[in-house]
Structures are given as structure tokens and as C-alpha cells.
Write a protein that binds this ligand. Sequence first.
Ligand code: MLT
Length: 206
Amino acid sequence: MSTTTELDFIHRYEPETVIGSPPLLMLHGTGGNEHDLVDVGRVIAPGSAILSPRGKVLEGGVPRFFRRLAEGVFDEDDVRRRANELADFVEEARERYGLAKPVAVGFSNGANIAAAMLLLRPGTVAGAVLLRAMVPLKEMPKADLHDTPVLMLSGVMDPIVPQENAARLALALTERGADVDHRLLPLSHGLGQADLSLSSDWIARR
Ligand code: MLT
């Protein structure tokens, strides 16, 4: 299926092929688009519906999900606005396509907007796989994340996300009640086979 401009985000939607599979919300990294993570979604959850929006912010002409002032320094007003906008899109898309609550699967900037959405609009997604995520907001809001499972996969050699920063996010989500499984992988910022197999096993257990 191809990209559609219906609803508030340009996105790609692939219906489920196995009834009852958990739908996935795929959120790409900086410079990606709605096509980028579709194959990853197919690998980690074969049979699941895939909803994959394109980030609306352009940085040097390439898409992202929110504005940043520098590498790792976020425009937090924009983070809040865009996380709410994305949550509204998820609700509209669920209605349009008849979807259960999706599991968000975000990479890098996509993981950061997923983390922001968990904190600002808890209950929008059924859980989240955060690949190379970092703290999206300096002051993390109170949120009730009980019953929200989160898999966080961080790279010990990641030059973009300091380990301390990823650990702070994992702690904040845990303190808000999320069931967080945070793993450190012997990898950099890019994804490896371990990301796919751990994500796949984790989703299969949902
Ligand atoms: C971000 O801007 O969200 C993070 O620095 C990750 C990235 O997109 O490089």
C-alpha cells in the first residue's frame, strides 16, 4: 500500500494479515519517512497492521517529529505541540482504520517523540519499543503509565545518547508506573540484529 495524505499526517498504512496481531505505530528517525521502518515492523511483528506517519518538521529539508535547537537540545514547546498532534493523529487513524491501540516502535527522533507522547498523552498507545531514546523534556510531566509496557534498547557506544540520559528516561517512565525493560546493547546509534530479535520477542509476549 502507498502513502496517503488523508488525516493530519502523511502516512503509510498496511492492514493486518493475521487477525488479532497488535498494530504497530512506526516512528522514523531524523531524515527518514513513512516508508523507512515498514520492513522493520514486518520483521518484528509479522501479520500486524502498520501505521507509519512522516514527521512534519523539516530540518535542512529532511523530516523529523519535532524541532531541535542543536543535536540533543530540543525545542520543548515544539516537542509538546508535536506529541499532542501525533496523539490526535493516532486517535483519528484508529477510528478510520478500525485499529486497536497500537504499540509505538520508534527509532532515534521517533523514539523521542514516542517517549514524549507516553509522558504527555498516556493511554494513546498500548506500549512502546524505544530504540536509542533520550529524555524528551527536561521537566518530565506527571503521568499515569501503569499497565504500559516499555522496551528500551540503548547502545553503549551511542555518541548521540549518553547512557546516563537513557537511564534517566527509563527511571522516569518506571517512576510513573510503566513496566520498563531497559537493555544496553554493545552497539552505537544504529540498529543491529539484536534490536530486531529483542523487539520481536518482546512484542510476541504482549
Ligand atoms: C533527536 O533530535 O531527536 C535526537 O538527537 C536523535 C536524532 O534525531 O538525531
